[in-house]
Design a protein around this ligand. Structure first.
Ligand SMILES: Nc1ncnc2c1ncn2[C@@H]1O[C@H](COP(=O)(O)OP(=O)(O)O)[C@@H](O)[C@H]1O
Ligand SMILES: [Mg+2]
Length: 458
């Protein structure tokens, strides 16, 4: 199921938030209005009571009773039954006021404020003030009750509530719409960004997202994306040049094989000549096989398909063995090989030998004649270092940085070399990485040093 859009989610969140806030406000307002209306009704009851109270306290003469009664009744009539007065007494002669609401026992009301609901559903409660007084010098106890109908007050409250509901509803719809529009507008740069990303065509170098026009929050994302593009581009260029290098390396032996075979077939040859041709072709084919094997090794190493078989060995012993079979290359040019130090480490013996042999062969080839090549084996806390030093011509730092790349050679006239196709140091690097280490190369004061490190504890 597709996930809802961010604008949609934001709009809903705004609506929910607005609803909660508006509801809280509305409830507070309604409660406070209700309280204030109640207060007003109590004040009115007090006021009404203060109007009739003097009738009972000053005119304490029984002969005035009828006059008092008619005054009270005329007051009731004047208000159109919104305000009602009752005088209750045990003696039916001293009762004034109409029939009380059926279900209410007015006698049971205690002094003070009270409210009673009405039988009719559409009528609001009556608010009452009850006081007991002693009439006729304390001889006749009377209950004076003033009541007001709360319908007009409650009408105000209900009207207010209706307006509140309307305003709240309208506010929620308005905020939701506004929230949606604002968040859509806020999301616009993301749309632009994805449009830009869609327009990136494969294979065209230098394409980047335009981060300058984007808001701050998205600039980081666009820059990170551009970083990925730059790295991809670099990797792609490396792959391209690697393909070109491979083709170039294989073309030379292939051309040689074809040329020699065509020459051999151009006329009838003696067996000896044909054997020579085959031997020469075999040499070229072996060179091709060596390139292909090295490339396969590198590819396996890079994809992690080739994992080292680690054994605990003395690196010195392994170095001595390696030195033995590379010795002829050294003796040819009268170069002495010296091994310094020893480290006990867990390595893949075959890979270690192969790496060291590559370094030694390079030294044997590039060291000045009649000099000494030193293999230095050392270690610190968690790294073993294997370094091969020889006296030789200074290597420019521009080359030093790149010598571990595949097919990279200082002397670019590649075809002149039959055995060296520029993968030796790449293999050293791959082996170092497989052992958790890295490679290094320096060239100063006439000494060139190449080497690699291996992690001691795995
Ligand atoms: N000890 C060294 N002295 C000078 N140059 C070296 C040395 N070792 C390696 N190089 C340079 O590094 C390049 C790459 O070495 P490598 O990867 O072993 O390829 P190859 O030996 O097949 O040329 C060599 O072609 C050479 O130019
Ligand atoms: Mg080499």
């Amino acid at each position: 199921m597709p996930r809802k859009s961010i604008s949609h989610k934001l709009a809903v969140s705004f609506a929910v938030l607005m609803f909660c806030i508006a509801l809280a406000y509305a409830l507070c307002l309604r409660v406070s209005l209700r309280e204030s209306l109640h207060k007003q009704m109590y004040n009115e009851l007090q006021f009404r009571y203060s109007l009739i109270e003097p009738l009972f306290s000053t005119e304490q003469n029984l002969s005035n009773w009828d006059e008092l009664k008619s005054k009270l009744l005329s007051l009731t009539n004047a208000e159109g039954s919104r305000v009602r007065y009752w005088v209750l007494s045990d003696n039916p002669e001293f009762q004034i006021g109409g029939i009380p609401p059926e279900h209410v026992d007015l006698f049971a009301l205690k002094d003070g404020f009270s409210q009673i609901s009405r039988e009719e559903k559409d009528k609001c409660p009556l608010f009452l003030l009850t006081k007991t007084i002693q009439y006729n010098n304390g001889k006749i106890p009377l209950h004076l009750i003033v009541s007001i109908d709360s319908t007009p007050y409650m009408g105000t409250l209900n009207e207010f509530t209706r307006i509140l509901i309307f305003i709240t509803g309208f506010g929620i719809v308005f905020v939701t719409l506004l929230g949606f529009i604002i968040s859509r507008k806020g999301m616009k740069p993301i749309e632009l960004l994805s449009q830009q990303a869609h327009k990136l065509a494969p294979g065209i170098s230098g394409q980047r997202l335009d981060a300058a026009l984007l808001p701050e929050e998205l600039r980081g994302l666009a820059e990170a994306f551009n970083g990925v593009l730059a790295r991809q581009e670099k990797a792609w260029l490396q792959l391209e040049s690697f393909n070109a290098d491979v083709a170039h390396e294989l073309r030379t032996p292939l051309a040689s094989i074809i040329g020699q075979t065509q020459l051999a077939l151009s006329r009838k040859r003696k067996n000896v000549e044909l054997e020579d041709c085959l031997a020469s072709n075999l040499e070229e084919v072996e060179r091709m096989a060596s390139i292909v094997n090295d490339m396969l090794f590198l590819s396996y190493a890079q994809t992690g398909k080739q994992s080292p078989k680690l054994t605990d060995v003395s690196l010195r012993e392994e170095a001595i063995k390696t030195a033995e079979y590379t010795e002829p290359s050294f003796t040819d040019r009268n170069i002495r090989l010296v091994i310094h130090g020893d480290v006990q480490a867990c390595v893949d013996k075959r890979l270690f030998t192969r790496s060291l042999a590559n370094l030694l062969e390079n030294s044997a080839r590039h060291a000045h004649e009649d000099t000494q090549v030193i293999v230095d084996l050392s270690c610190d806390e968690d790294l073993a270092t294997v370094e091969v030093r020889n006296y030789g011509d200074q290597i420019e730092s521009l080359h030093l940085e790149r010598l571990f790349e595949r097919f990279y050679r200082v002397d670019n006239s590649r075809s002149q070399s039959v055995t060296n196709h520029g993968l030796g140091l790449s293999i050293v690097k791959a082996v170092a990485h497989m052992h958790g280490g890295d490679t290094f190369a320096t060239s100063s004061n006439g000494i060139n040093s190449f080497g690699f490190t291996l992690k001691l504890k795995k």
